[in-house]
Design a protein. Structure first.
Lengths: 212, 94
């Protein structure tokens, strides 16, 4: 009989979907509910695409990365663990990692490094402009601006430039170990700024200190 | 053990700013260290804010994704009993 056509009990309206938490959405995706993937796309594709565009030259690459990121969510939803952060930060990290892979494999890599070195040597590499042009959200902008200069530059070159910390060290003419530490301490400082602004809650940070 | 040098790498790791050799080292460590995993998660959340403002995704991109998942059968060793077969298609018995 047709009794095993069991769509009805788990049918979800678009309204229901828009109410779902990230975790719930990913559960629905793991049940091959395409409309749940569409909802995840609706919520996060803009941010993911924005990041890919920022890192990669050419919209074709950026679109490919977005496509890969969402297909991966469809194929391996279990890779997202809601206990480890929001779906958005997971998707953005996937996007960033993939974009950086592409950047590093691009033949333009060497040229990119040379360009950044050149600009730094001329003293004209105004990282601030690059970042402000990117229109980071206001509060994040203030948190970034509040960082000590060397930390801010290291993070900007690594995150927006897609450079490894070793490359950043070359570009800035600083020891690798120093750059490595600055990226880490800068991220911690940014987090405190975001916590103070109420943009992230302190839970995950607390977990860091004294987790079981 | 080698905990401290690895800890120093966690920020760069979270930003995909390390080379493959060190990445492998960090990942081996993360597999066994919840505290360092939590630190990476925390850095990634901060990074997500660096990326915060997006651009509208281009028209047609969703349609391509939707097309790709439809033309692609669910993985054989799927995560849960496959999604319901299309209504009219009774499986042909061998």
């Amino acid at each position: 009989m047709n009794g095993r056509f069991r769509r009805a009990p788990e049918a979800m309206t678009l309204d229901d979907l828009s109410q779902l938490t990230d975790g719930g959405l990913v559960v629905a995706i793991s049940r091959y509910r395409e409309e749940a993937l569409a909802e995840a796309y609706r919520r996060h594709a803009g941010a993911v695409y924005g990041l890919a565009r920022r890192l990669l030259t050419g919209e074709t690459f950026a679109e490919e990365v977005v496509q890969e990121v969402f297909l991966r969510l469809w194929e391996q939803p279990e890779k997202y663990d809601p206990g480890r952060g929001t779906l958005r930060s997971y998707l953005l990290a996937q996007c960033h990692g993939r974009s950086v892979d592409l950047l590093r494999s691009e033949s333009s890599r060497r040229r990119r490094e040379e360009r950044d070195l050149q600009r730094t040597a001329e003293g004209g590499y105004d990282l601030e402009h690059e970042v402000w042009d990117l229109a980071v959200a206001d509060q994040m902008g203030s948190a970034l601006a509040a960082l000590p200069d060397p930390e801010r530059k290291a993070i900007e070159l690594a995150y927006y430039g897609g450079h490894s910390y070793r490359e950043v060290a070359t570009i800035l003419g600083q020891p690798e170990g120093t750059v490595k530490s600055r990226i880490r301490s800068g991220l911690k400082r940014l987090r405190s700024g975001l916590e103070a602004a109420g943009l992230v809650d302190a839970d995950l940070g607390g977990l860091q200190g004294g987790g079981a | 053990m080698t905990h401290d040098p690895i800890e120093e790498l966690l920020g760069a790791y979270a930003l995909h700013a390390i080379d493959d050799d060190e990445r492998a080292m960090v990942e081996a460590h993360l597999a066994t260290c919840p505290r360092c995993r939590a630190e990476v998660d925390s850095h990634r959340e901060v990074a997500a804010h660096l990326a915060l403002t997006g651009a509208p995704a281009p028209d047609g991109l969703w349609e391509r994704i939707a097309g790709a998942i439809e033309s692609e059968p669910p993985p054989a060793s799927g995560r849960c009993p496959a999604r319901s077969a299309p209504a009219g298609s009774a499986p042909a018995s061998p």
